[in-house]
Design a protein around this ligand. Structure first.
Ligand code: SF4
Length: 217
């Protein structure tokens, strides 16, 4: 199959599939799969249709980096496909997600990571370094502040500064990840594999806020 997407949504006459393919040169042959869309930016999400902000939608990433949008309602109602054909423009099951569908998370960061978050206009966390296999958001502000205050402010690589960032993530996305308790009961965090950080970022709703700042002596 040959598609000509290059920053457009491919929906050829003989194609049952829509695919974003930002990296492929025009006319490149690509592999397509039902109901896949590759989404890299917030505005790309417009191409997904209603599923993009439906409380019943979720995403999975294939080992080739494609993002699959799935419908949780398909488990209980045969009218809905497990992987809806995208973009979904009308849907009887659509319910816009609200704050109950989100989980608030925190992350302590040093100056360098803070600058990269700022460069994203406070919408995404930067890719992990090769020696950092996981991204560790934490579940409460006190734990994040403890790390920022007691570790980042003493760390030269952090610029002796610690920020506490707060952000909201779709609950349905986080359901795939167990909560890890790494100390006392308040030391709870998620371990997001570095390869899945991009899709994690896509499941951040709204902007990342700075809620505390600590500086070393
Ligand atoms: S209910 Fe409709 S809009 Fe919501 S995830 Fe399923 S297919 Fe998408």
């Amino acid at each position: 199959m040959v598609c000509f997407p290059e920053w457009q949504y491919c929906w050829g006459s003989d194609c049952r599939v829509g695919v974003w393919w930002r990296d492929a040169p025009k006319g490149a042959a690509i592999d397509c799969y039902p109901a896949i869309v590759k989404v890299g930016r917030e505005d790309d999400r417009q191409q997904v249709g209603l599923c993009a902000d439906c409380r019943h939608s979720g995403q999975r990433v294939s080992d080739r980096g494609a993002v699959f949008w799935f419908c949780e309602l398909s488990k209980v109602d045969a009218r809905f496909a497990k992987y809806p054909r995208l973009p979904v423009r009308t849907c009887a099951g659509y319910e816009r997600e609200d704050v109950d569908d989100l989980v608030v998370l925190y992350r302590p960061v040093g100056q360098a990571e803070f600058e990269l978050v700022r460069q994203s206009e406070f919408r995404a966390f930067p890719p992990r370094l090769p020696q950092q296999p996981f991204f560790y958001p934490v579940l409460n502000e006190r734990y994040a502040a403890q790390i920022a205050r007691e570790w980042n402010t003493k760390d030269e690589a952090s610029g002796f500064v610690g920020y506490v960032l707060r952000f909201w993530v779709r609950r349905i996305f986080l359901a795939a990840y167990p909560i890890r308790t790494v100390g006392s009961s308040e030391h709870e965090e998620y371990w997001i594999p570095a390869a899945e950080l991009e899709i994690f970022n896509q499941n951040i709703v709204g902007t990342i806020e700075v809620v505390a700042e600590f500086r070393g002596e």
